[in-house]
Write a protein that binds this ligand. Structure first.
Ligand code: AMP
Length: 277
């Protein structure tokens, strides 16, 4: 495994690399969710590239950016262990060199949910992913269902800009108690960590209601809120039952839909989702 710090090093390494190339873009503090993406990339491609970059442009809150957990030594050990070919872990100035002045704005799919709660977030995500797609030129890039809207935004961008990288979405990896793995979980206090599986329980309550025939989106949102309201450490930012293709809020669930929520525990913001087919 080679660790590359500059655009030039990355390009030189990739010029001689076996094809196809699979890309996993991360912000580090790697866990088993990232590991699942890396394994899939490695299984399906001759060369696997992992990027580790805490992207300042996708944080709407500067304090959140500064608090984001970082441990590159441990991340590199996980990548080496998983047979990654190249890790690209650049400083900010290599991703955004002086004079950088292009922003990628995706339309309607980026507006609700995370887009509404975190102004500028998806512009930051789409811009950095466009740079990484350009630099790596991968045949495939792997993203987690955990960030369902993010994967949809990136898929839209790649299709619209005719980027040659196929966007692959992989299932959410969970802790044994159902909590979706996230780098942010490390920042929960012990009582908050014990309370956090309430997100998964809320999603399950709505999924069970849907499976039992409930088609009112209001009723499904209420089912999630009911579960969340029993947990006093949980501050609900939104609960959503949206169209699975457009993410517009639904009145009735008559086709593919996405249940999703964002919940704060003190200053730690967690998201999760569950598709309904
Ligand atoms: P992040 O480092 O949080 O930006 O995540 C990097 C990639 O890993 C994104 O595509 C995420 O959706 C994905 N990811 C994060 N957590 C999980 C998880 N629990 N299960 C599956 N994929 C995940």
């Amino acid at each position: 495994m080679r660790v590359l710090r500059t655009r030039a090093e990355l390009r030189a390494a990739l010029a001689a690399a076996g094809r196809p190339v699979g890309l996993v873009a991360t912000m580090g503090w790697l866990h088993d969710g990232h590991r699942a993406l890396v394994r899939r990339a490695r299984d399906e491609n001759a060369t696997t590239v992992v990027t580790i970059f805490v992207n300042p442009r996708q944080f709407d809150d500067q304090a959140d950016f500064e608090r984001y957990p970082r441990n590159q030594e441990r991340d590199l050990a996980l990548c080496a262990d998983e047979g990654v070919s190249f890790v690209f872990a650049p400083p900010v100035g290599e991703v955004y060199p002086p004079g950088f002045d292009t922003h990628v704005t995706v339309g309607a799919i980026a507006r609700p949910l995370e887009g509404a709660a975190r102004p500028g977030h998806f512009e930051g995500v789409a811009t950095v992913v466009a740079v990484l797609f350009g630099l790596v030129g991968a045949e495939r890039a792997y993203f987690g269902q955990k960030d369902a809207q993010q994967a949809m935004v990136i898929r839209r961008m790649a299709a619209d800009l005719a980027l040659p990288t196929e966007v692959v979405t992989c299932p959410t990896v969970r802790e044994p108690d159902g909590l979706a793995m996230s780098s942010r979980n490390a920042r929960l206090s012990p009582p908050e960590r014990a309370a956090a599986p309430v997100l998964w329980r809320a999603l399950n309550a709505a999924r069970a209601a849907h499976a039992a025939g409930e088609r009112s989106a209001d009723a499904l949102r209420a089912a999630m809120r009911d579960v969340l309201s029993a947990e006093r450490l949980a501050n609900v930012e939104y609960v959503s039952c949206a169209d699975g293709a457009t993410l517009a809020e639904l009145r009735r669930v008559d086709g593919p839909a996405l249940l999703s929520l964002a919940v704060r525990f003190s200053d730690v913001r967690l998201i999760d989702n569950e598709p309904l087919s």
